[in-house]
Design a protein around this ligand. Structure first.
Ligand code: ATP
Ligand code: MG
Length: 169
């Protein structure tokens, strides 16, 4: 059971193929989920255009801020593996006096890789995934210090599949 405040900025954290978008679809309404892919698509007509990332996150942070100001729970579906990426989210949350919460999806690299190979929308190689796994390992010790008030870690496919969200009053 994952307990989150009714108003929070929820950062999903996990390597490509860990199941962030699937988790977001399962537990949240589409309008609550801001995905980096969707914002890349919006600003560049191409969800995979990495050169559009800065603009995409700029737009994503802006929309997240508006939602938080309006008192709406907001979930950020991006890998969020880099400290600077997470810092942007913590900043937006703080600007609106909202708690930043992290939900980490940690699956074995082999699982993520097998899933990646079955996807038409992802073309990165194994080394990219290995680097993401390393970034994930390094993220564990940092999340709380970075300002995430709650860090929920789901380890393995079974824990991810069994997870339920409950809202704190
Ligand atoms: P990315 O960072 O590349 O967007 P992601 O973390 O959003 O990746 P998903 O797109 O949710 O990952 O999932 C990747 C693939 O794994 C999809 O084909 C999806 O159907 C499958 N998958 C995700 N979660 C599960 C699950 N819990 N059980 C079985 N398959 C899953
Ligand atoms: Mg995704």
């Amino acid at each position: 059971m994952i307990e989150i405040p009714e108003l929070a900025l929820v950062a999903l954290v996990g390597v490509s193929g860990s199941g962030k978008s699937t988790f977001a679809r399962r537990h949240f309404a589409p309008s609550q989920v801001l995905s980096s892919d969707a914002f890349r698509g919006m600003v560049a007509d191409d969800e995979n255009d990495q050169s559009a990332s800065a603009d995409a996150f700029d737009a994503l942070h802006h929309v997240a801020g508006i939602r938080l100001r309006r008192g709406l729970l907001t979930v950020v579906d991006a890998t969020n593996l880099q400290p600077h990426a997470r810092a942007g989210l913590v900043r937006v949350a703080r600007e609106h006096d909202v708690l930043p919460v992290a939900i980490v999806l940690d699956v074995p690299e082999a699982v993520a890789w097998e899933r990646t190979q079955g996807r038409a929308d992802r073309t990165h190689g194994r080394q990219v995934l290995t680097r993401m796994q390393r970034d994930l390992r390094q993220s564990y010790g940092r999340l709380a210090r970075e300002g995430f008030r709650k860090v929920h870690v789901l380890r393995g496919v079974d824990e991810i599949d069994a997870a339920q969200i409950r809202y704190e009053k």
